[in-house]
Design a protein around this ligand. Structure first.
Ligand code: ZN
Length: 219
Protein backbone atom coordinates (compact mmCIF):
# COMPACT_ATOMS: atom_id res chain seq x y z
CA UNK A 1 0.00 0.00 0.00
CA UNK A 2 1.06 3.51 -0.61
CA UNK A 3 0.12 5.98 2.10
CA UNK A 4 -0.30 9.58 1.05
CA UNK A 5 0.34 12.01 3.85
CA UNK A 6 -0.82 15.58 4.04
CA UNK A 7 -0.18 17.69 7.15
CA UNK A 8 0.78 14.46 8.94
CA UNK A 9 -2.59 12.89 8.15
CA UNK A 10 -3.16 10.07 5.73
CA UNK A 11 -5.26 11.15 2.78
CA UNK A 12 -5.68 7.74 1.23
CA UNK A 13 -4.39 4.22 0.88
CA UNK A 14 -3.54 3.15 -2.63
CA UNK A 15 -2.24 0.09 -4.44
CA UNK A 16 1.40 -0.27 -5.42
CA UNK A 17 2.18 1.72 -8.53
CA UNK A 18 -0.89 3.91 -8.31
CA UNK A 19 0.88 6.93 -6.96
CA UNK A 20 -1.38 9.71 -8.10
CA UNK A 21 -4.97 8.51 -7.75
CA UNK A 22 -6.63 9.45 -4.47
CA UNK A 23 -4.25 12.28 -3.61
CA UNK A 24 -4.69 15.85 -4.70
CA UNK A 25 -2.24 16.94 -7.43
CA UNK A 26 0.93 18.54 -6.16
CA UNK A 27 0.66 17.07 -2.68
CA UNK A 28 3.78 15.46 -1.27
CA UNK A 29 3.66 11.68 -1.36
CA UNK A 30 5.30 9.51 1.26
CA UNK A 31 5.53 5.75 0.94
CA UNK A 32 5.10 4.16 4.35
CA UNK A 33 8.05 1.98 5.51
CA UNK A 34 5.80 -1.08 5.70
CA UNK A 35 4.31 -0.60 2.23
CA UNK A 36 5.01 -3.23 -0.41
CA UNK A 37 6.90 -1.65 -3.28
CA UNK A 38 8.08 -2.98 -6.61
CA UNK A 39 11.85 -3.40 -6.41
CA UNK A 40 12.38 -2.60 -10.10
CA UNK A 41 10.38 0.62 -9.73
CA UNK A 42 13.07 1.73 -7.27
CA UNK A 43 15.96 0.48 -9.39
CA UNK A 44 15.23 -0.87 -12.90
CA UNK A 45 18.83 -2.07 -13.22
CA UNK A 46 18.31 -4.89 -10.71
CA UNK A 47 17.79 -8.20 -12.49
CA UNK A 48 14.65 -10.09 -11.49
CA UNK A 49 14.03 -13.60 -12.82
CA UNK A 50 11.54 -15.48 -10.71
CA UNK A 51 11.45 -19.25 -11.22
CA UNK A 52 8.09 -19.45 -9.41
CA UNK A 53 6.54 -17.43 -12.25
CA UNK A 54 7.56 -20.21 -14.66
CA UNK A 55 7.27 -24.01 -14.65
CA UNK A 56 11.06 -24.14 -14.25
CA UNK A 57 11.10 -24.56 -10.48
CA UNK A 58 11.12 -27.59 -8.22
CA UNK A 59 7.31 -27.92 -8.34
CA UNK A 60 7.18 -28.06 -12.15
CA UNK A 61 4.30 -25.57 -12.28
CA UNK A 62 4.07 -21.77 -12.38
CA UNK A 63 3.00 -20.59 -8.91
CA UNK A 64 3.05 -16.83 -9.64
CA UNK A 65 1.07 -15.04 -12.38
CA UNK A 66 3.85 -12.49 -12.90
CA UNK A 67 7.60 -12.24 -12.31
CA UNK A 68 7.31 -9.31 -9.94
CA UNK A 69 9.51 -8.55 -6.93
CA UNK A 70 7.52 -6.82 -4.19
CA UNK A 71 9.21 -6.05 -0.88
CA UNK A 72 8.57 -3.86 2.16
CA UNK A 73 9.89 -0.44 1.34
CA UNK A 74 12.69 -0.49 3.90
CA UNK A 75 13.86 -3.93 2.73
CA UNK A 76 13.72 -2.88 -0.95
CA UNK A 77 15.71 0.29 -0.29
CA UNK A 78 18.39 -1.71 1.50
CA UNK A 79 18.60 -4.05 -1.47
CA UNK A 80 18.98 -1.12 -3.87
CA UNK A 81 21.94 0.08 -1.77
CA UNK A 82 23.49 -3.42 -1.94
CA UNK A 83 23.09 -3.36 -5.75
CA UNK A 84 24.79 0.03 -5.98
CA UNK A 85 27.67 -1.08 -3.79
CA UNK A 86 28.18 -4.21 -5.92
CA UNK A 87 28.03 -2.18 -9.14
CA UNK A 88 31.23 -0.47 -8.01
CA UNK A 89 32.90 -3.89 -8.08
CA UNK A 90 31.52 -4.83 -11.51
CA UNK A 91 28.90 -7.11 -9.96
CA UNK A 92 25.15 -7.12 -9.51
CA UNK A 93 22.25 -9.02 -8.00
CA UNK A 94 19.97 -11.53 -9.67
CA UNK A 95 16.76 -11.81 -7.65
CA UNK A 96 14.86 -15.11 -7.62
CA UNK A 97 12.11 -14.52 -5.05
CA UNK A 98 10.67 -11.72 -2.90
CA UNK A 99 7.15 -11.36 -1.47
CA UNK A 100 5.28 -14.67 -1.68
CA UNK A 101 1.50 -14.74 -1.12
CA UNK A 102 0.44 -16.95 1.81
CA UNK A 103 -1.64 -19.35 -0.38
CA UNK A 104 1.52 -20.08 -2.40
CA UNK A 105 3.31 -20.91 0.86
CA UNK A 106 0.58 -23.46 1.59
CA UNK A 107 1.14 -25.03 -1.82
CA UNK A 108 4.89 -25.18 -1.30
CA UNK A 109 4.45 -26.77 2.14
CA UNK A 110 2.17 -29.42 0.65
CA UNK A 111 4.97 -30.29 -1.77
CA UNK A 112 7.94 -29.98 0.62
CA UNK A 113 6.77 -30.45 4.26
CA UNK A 114 10.31 -30.02 5.60
CA UNK A 115 10.86 -27.05 7.91
CA UNK A 116 14.55 -26.89 6.99
CA UNK A 117 13.56 -25.66 3.54
CA UNK A 118 9.97 -24.40 3.64
CA UNK A 119 8.42 -22.50 6.56
CA UNK A 120 5.22 -24.19 7.70
CA UNK A 121 2.17 -22.01 7.07
CA UNK A 122 -0.20 -22.06 10.06
CA UNK A 123 -3.75 -20.70 10.04
CA UNK A 124 -5.69 -20.05 13.27
CA UNK A 125 -9.25 -18.76 13.36
CA UNK A 126 -9.05 -18.21 9.63
CA UNK A 127 -5.96 -16.01 9.84
CA UNK A 128 -2.35 -16.79 8.96
CA UNK A 129 -0.32 -16.84 12.19
CA UNK A 130 2.93 -18.44 11.00
CA UNK A 131 4.67 -18.78 7.68
CA UNK A 132 7.69 -17.65 5.70
CA UNK A 133 9.39 -14.30 5.98
CA UNK A 134 8.71 -14.17 2.24
CA UNK A 135 4.99 -13.99 3.19
CA UNK A 136 5.85 -10.81 5.11
CA UNK A 137 7.57 -9.22 2.11
CA UNK A 138 10.73 -9.17 4.20
CA UNK A 139 12.91 -11.92 2.69
CA UNK A 140 14.70 -12.25 -0.61
CA UNK A 141 16.33 -15.07 -2.57
CA UNK A 142 19.16 -14.01 -4.85
CA UNK A 143 22.60 -14.58 -6.28
CA UNK A 144 25.46 -12.60 -7.82
CA UNK A 145 25.99 -11.81 -11.49
CA UNK A 146 28.93 -10.24 -13.33
CA UNK A 147 28.68 -6.99 -15.31
CA UNK A 148 27.32 -8.91 -18.31
CA UNK A 149 24.57 -10.45 -16.18
CA UNK A 150 26.12 -13.92 -16.03
CA UNK A 151 25.51 -15.69 -12.71
CA UNK A 152 28.67 -16.36 -10.71
CA UNK A 153 29.43 -19.89 -9.60
CA UNK A 154 27.73 -20.76 -6.32
CA UNK A 155 27.58 -23.98 -4.26
CA UNK A 156 24.30 -25.12 -5.92
CA UNK A 157 21.45 -23.89 -8.07
CA UNK A 158 18.29 -22.33 -6.60
CA UNK A 159 16.05 -24.52 -4.43
CA UNK A 160 18.57 -27.32 -4.00
CA UNK A 161 17.01 -28.84 -0.91
CA UNK A 162 20.11 -30.65 0.30
CA UNK A 163 23.05 -30.09 2.60
CA UNK A 164 24.94 -28.80 -0.46
CA UNK A 165 22.91 -25.59 -0.12
CA UNK A 166 23.85 -25.15 3.55
CA UNK A 167 26.20 -22.27 4.25
CA UNK A 168 29.67 -23.56 4.91
CA UNK A 169 29.17 -26.78 2.94
CA UNK A 170 32.74 -28.08 2.65
CA UNK A 171 32.15 -29.66 -0.76
CA UNK A 172 31.70 -26.34 -2.56
CA UNK A 173 34.49 -25.29 -4.93
CA UNK A 174 36.88 -22.55 -3.78
CA UNK A 175 35.37 -20.19 -6.39
CA UNK A 176 31.82 -20.88 -5.17
CA UNK A 177 32.83 -20.31 -1.55
CA UNK A 178 34.56 -17.06 -2.49
CA UNK A 179 31.56 -15.83 -4.50
CA UNK A 180 29.13 -16.70 -1.72
CA UNK A 181 31.31 -14.88 0.79
CA UNK A 182 31.11 -11.76 -1.41
CA UNK A 183 27.33 -12.03 -1.57
CA UNK A 184 27.05 -12.53 2.21
CA UNK A 185 29.34 -9.59 2.88
CA UNK A 186 27.37 -7.32 0.55
CA UNK A 187 24.05 -8.34 2.11
CA UNK A 188 25.39 -8.02 5.68
CA UNK A 189 26.44 -4.43 4.92
CA UNK A 190 22.72 -3.56 4.84
CA UNK A 191 21.75 -5.72 7.79
CA UNK A 192 20.38 -8.74 5.93
CA UNK A 193 20.56 -11.99 7.91
CA UNK A 194 21.53 -15.21 6.10
CA UNK A 195 19.49 -18.41 6.45
CA UNK A 196 21.85 -21.29 7.42
CA UNK A 197 20.20 -23.94 5.21
CA UNK A 198 19.77 -21.95 1.97
CA UNK A 199 22.73 -19.93 0.72
CA UNK A 200 20.45 -17.81 -1.54
CA UNK A 201 18.03 -16.69 1.23
CA UNK A 202 18.36 -13.51 3.31
CA UNK A 203 15.96 -11.92 5.81
CA UNK A 204 15.58 -8.16 5.99
CA UNK A 205 16.29 -6.60 9.41
CA UNK A 206 13.15 -6.06 11.46
CA UNK A 207 11.19 -8.71 9.52
CA UNK A 208 9.18 -9.55 12.66
CA UNK A 209 7.38 -6.22 12.59
CA UNK A 210 5.75 -6.99 9.23
CA UNK A 211 2.57 -9.08 9.15
CA UNK A 212 1.94 -12.16 7.02
CA UNK A 213 0.06 -11.24 3.84
CA UNK A 214 -2.16 -13.12 1.41
CA UNK A 215 -2.67 -10.40 -1.18
CA UNK A 216 -2.08 -11.58 -4.75
CA UNK A 217 1.13 -10.70 -6.50
CA UNK A 218 -0.69 -8.87 -9.25
CA UNK A 219 -2.13 -6.08 -7.07
ZN1 ZN B 1 13.86 -17.68 0.49
Amino acid sequence: MIACRLRRRRCGLLLVGVLAAGCAPGRRLTVAPDALVDLRALDPSIRVEMPYATPHNFTGVALYPVARCLLRRDVAERLVRVERRLAGEGLGLLVWDCYRPFPVQQRLWALVPDARYVAEPVVRDGRPVAGSKHNRGAAVDLTLVDAAGRPLEMPTGFDDFSEHAHRGWAGASPAARRNLARLEEAMASEGFEPLPTEWWHFDGPGWERYELLDRPLTE
